[in-house]
Design a protein around this ligand. Structure first.
Ligand code: PLP
Length: 376
């Protein structure tokens, strides 16, 4: 740091130059985040200094956090649900598995997850010293329930299902996993970090939430398809007992205890989530999801036209395309045409997420470039 500061205009000239190095979302087809809604941005700025880590100082923001939990509890068909906002899916998943571990007396705890689970579960294995057992997938890239069941043993402390997998946008058979959870008296966490703001607004119904008896916690991220600001995640627990085993005393704060993993938490992200959910309502989210599913359909139709097939018929706005040399095509798309796409791990397919920032005109341009990149 220099002794004397820059002028405002010098500083913002520098920031504008730096911003040019960042990628503009218009050609990003690999991200699960997007431009936050303008209402969310405004609300975030209004509560920018608010810290949910010391919520007694910010009772207004605290009230908004309770409202967000109530609205999402309702959306997830819960009653008496407890929870809190997090920084996103990773933290929510850590907290859910921490709660499972704290409940159990096993000295060698394991949790069974689908092979398609987000890499945050690998971090959890390391941080919490829990063995993560990965069940194999079926032909449709949902978890195979027999493989899942075979991994449960006396040291299993919990189960995880994914509703909206990161790579394939697939929904696991949560109903069947819930049956296993009840049968084995185990908690079941549903990772709906991406799907939580998509599945309830799809035309087709899927059972994945607290309407299933076995589901004890759900992660869903406003900062993904919820159009909130980063960092906004939400973790919901079916009952207080799952949250209370995460409690820590906080002697020098305005509140006596805390359940969250992080101390300081963004009140801005709370306000943004509260604002955008109230502004859009369910009808607004249905429109957003309809738009993304329309893009998804157009992408799949356009791909078939150029001889490329999807790995599975998309369930939500995530598409995996079967392309012989997907890594090379990804490189060409990026270097020659400026498109950011990603690759699924197994099998190696081109992975595309149809987020609200993508326009139909840009999608058509993408399809033209994809055709050229495949032939290159
Ligand atoms: N879970 C799922 C299903 C996800 O798709 C993601 C991220 O894409 C995460 C968890 C992690 O979320 P975050 O990056 O917000 O921590």
């Amino acid at each position: 740091m220099k002794n004397s500061g820059l002028t405002e205009s010098q500083l913002f000239d520098i920031l504008k130059e730096i911003k040019k190095k960042d990628t503009n979302y218009s050609r990003v087809l690999s991200a699960m985040c997007t431009h936050p809604h303008r209402i969310a941005v405004e609300a975030h700025m209004m509560f920018i200094e608010s810290n949910m880590g010391d919520s007694g100082l910010f009772p207004g923001t605290n009230e908004m956090e309770h409202c967000v939990i109530d609205m999402l509890s309702d959306l997830m068909h819960g009653q008496g649900v407890h929870g809190h906002m997090t920084t996103g899916g990773t933290e929510s998943n850590i907290q859910a598995l921490r709660s499972m571990r704290n409940f159990s007396e096993s000295s060698r705890p394991n949790v069974v997850v689908p092979e398609s689970a987000h890499f945050s579960f690998d971090k959890i294995a390391d941080v919490l010293r829990i063995e993560i057992r990965k069940a194999s997938m079926d032909q449709e890239f949902k978890v195979d329930i027999e493989s899942f069941e075979s991994l449960i043993d006396e040291n299993t402390v919990g189960l995880v299902g994914v509703a909206g997998s990161t790579e394939f946008g697939q929904i696991d058979p949560i109903e069947d996993i819930s049956g296993l959870a009840v049968e084995n008296s185990l908690p079941l966490h549903v990772d709906a970090a991406f799907g939580g703001f998509v599945i309830p607004f799809l035309k087709k119904d899927y059972s994945f939430d607290f309407s299933l008896d076995g589901v004890t916690s759900i992660a869903l991220d406003p900062h993904k398809m919820g159009l909130g600001t980063i960092p906004a995640g939400v973790l919901l627990f079916r009952g207080e007992e799952y949250l209370s085993n995460l409690q820590t005393d906080t002697p020098y704060l305005t509140t006596q205890t805390q359940h969250s993993l992080t101390g300081t938490r963004s009140g801005g992200a709370v306000a943004a989530t509260y604002a955008v959910m109230n502004y859009l309502g369910k009808d607004g989210y249905i429109e957003v999801v309809d738009y993304c599913m329309d893009l998804t359909e157009k992408l799949v139709e356009g791909s078939y036209r150029i001889g490329i097939e999807p790995l599975i018929e998309p369930v939500m706005n995530v598409v995996a395309l079967r392309i012989p040399d997907a890594d090379l095509v990804r490189k060409i798309l990026r270097e020659k045409y400026g498109w950011m796409v990603s690759i699924t791990r197994d099998p190696r397919c081109l992975r595309l997420v149809m987020m609200p920032h993508l326009t139909i005109a840009n999608l058509e341009l993408f399809l033209q470039d994809l055709e050229k990149a495949v032939k290159d």
